[in-house]
Ligand binder design. Structure first.
Ligand code: GLN
Length: 380
């Protein structure tokens, strides 16, 4: 039987490819973004306790009310923004499901969606699966900032949504207040929705403030903000996240969410609702990861790799321009197979496959892992 692929140009995600290659070649895996250290024992005990107490059946479709209420408090505390937990918060199976549910809820055939490259690999395919047209705009290099004049020039009467991501994966750049003001003026004038991927909201360094869309009331009134517990609590394998949005938008998101996963697992939601009551559990993350970034950079001193600025996320971009002129994909392969350190080529996140001779390294690792990797990288 012949089938017609709906995504003929899409292969297996680069994260899967590189993690697999790291495993096959026994390389230190700084490619796919996930911590190699244990999560807090307290939250494991909470999950266990809620399971033993018979909380093992379906959660309500939008999420357990107690978790949604605590999230509303966290949002209030963090961004000085009020959301109604009943109608404006939905628990999802990670940020990736949230993105799928949001795009599917609003994008239809012919709708244009602005995406900034390098972009997280799910945005473009999800838009296309819904018949939408991704409009890719490259961030400037090497600071990965947005050229808002270019954005204004690419808006058409079919522009339905702009996707932003701060702190940014893969670059580690962040949006500033001035960016949010530009975005706000554009989307308010032209009635455009904002999908704000804030998975790395807590991983922000050097005294910078996370610019959530939720900090800006007018912007928040037409935005859907997506968050990730996997990133915040080092538990990427739990696939837990949430969306916050005004009720009239959330009503539509729940329609798609309920047919993607229906609801998200119950005991972890209950455990998170307890764990989130202690702000220290999430407010210490910036300092924690800034130390890791600094340790990584310190260990890289004297190397021929050159670090680019990193203000957030757990990714550090390194330029190998002084070392080789190989393509990023070739360089990532050589690094993994020959030198036994795996990283992610950034070119795969560009629609036009832009090459800057840079690789993305994940520093969400134990110091000993980072030290071992850097000892190798310093020899190259
Ligand atoms: N978000 C992680 C990264 O950027 C990986 C996600 C995934 O493997 N799908 O590396």
């Amino acid at each position: 039987m012949k089938i017609q692929s709906r995504l003929p140009d899409v292969g297996i995600s680069i994260f899967t490819v590189m993690s697999r290659m790291a495993l096959d070649y026994g390389a230190i895996n700084l490619s796919q973004g996930f911590p190699d250290f244990s999560i807090d024992r307290k939250i494991i005990d909470l999950v266990h306790q809620f399971m033993l107490e018979d909380n093992n059946q379906y959660a309500p479709m939008p999420g357990t009310p107690v978790l949604r209420s605590v999230i509303a408090e966290v949002i209030d505390r963090s961004f000085d923004h009020h959301v109604d937990p009943e109608n404006e918060v939905t628990i999802t199976s990670g940020a990736t499901e949230a993105i799928y549910a949001v795009v599917t809820a609003f994008i239809k055939s012919g709708d244009e969606v602005i995406i900034f490259d390098p972009s997280y690999d799910s945005y473009d395919p999800v838009v296309r699966l819904n018949g939408g047209i991704p409009v890719h705009i490259n961030l400037s290099y090497p600071d990965f900032s947005v050229d808002w004049d270019q954005v204004r020039a690419r808006i058409s009467n079919r522009t339905k949504m702009i996707v932003i991501n701060t702190p940014h994966n893969p670059s580690g750049s962040i949006l500033r207040e001035a960016d949010m003001r530009e975005l706000e003026s554009i989307v308010l004038r032209d009635n455009i929705l904002v999908l704000s991927d804030e998975a790395y909201e807590r991983l922000i360094f050097d005294g910078n403030v996370h610019q959530s869309v939720l900090r800006y009331p007018a912007l928040a009134s037409q935005s859907l903000a997506v968050f990730s517990f996997g990133k915040t609590f080092h538990a990427t394998g739990w696939k837990m996240g949430y969306v916050a949005a005004p009720a009239f938008l959330m009503e539509e998101v729940r329609k798609t969410h309920q047919f993607i996963v229906f609801s998200v697992n119950t005991p972890i939601q209950l455990a998170l609702s307890e764990y989130l009551k202690v702000p220290e559990h999430y407010e210490s993350l910036g300092t924690f990861y800034q130390k890791k970034r600094d340790f990584f950079l310190e260990q890289m001193k004297g190397s021929s790799f050159v670090p680019l600025a990193c203000s957030g996320s757990y990714f550090q971009i390194l330029s190998y321009d002084n070392i080789s002129k190989k393509s990023e994909v070739e360089m990532a392969e050589e690094l993994t197979k020959k030198f036994k350190v795996a990283a992610i080529p950034v070119s795969v996140f560009y629609q036009d496959k832009s090459e800057h001779n840079v690789l993305r390294f994940c520093f969400a690792k134990k110091e000993e892992t980072l030290a071992k990797a850097c000892a190798i990288l310093r020899t190259i």
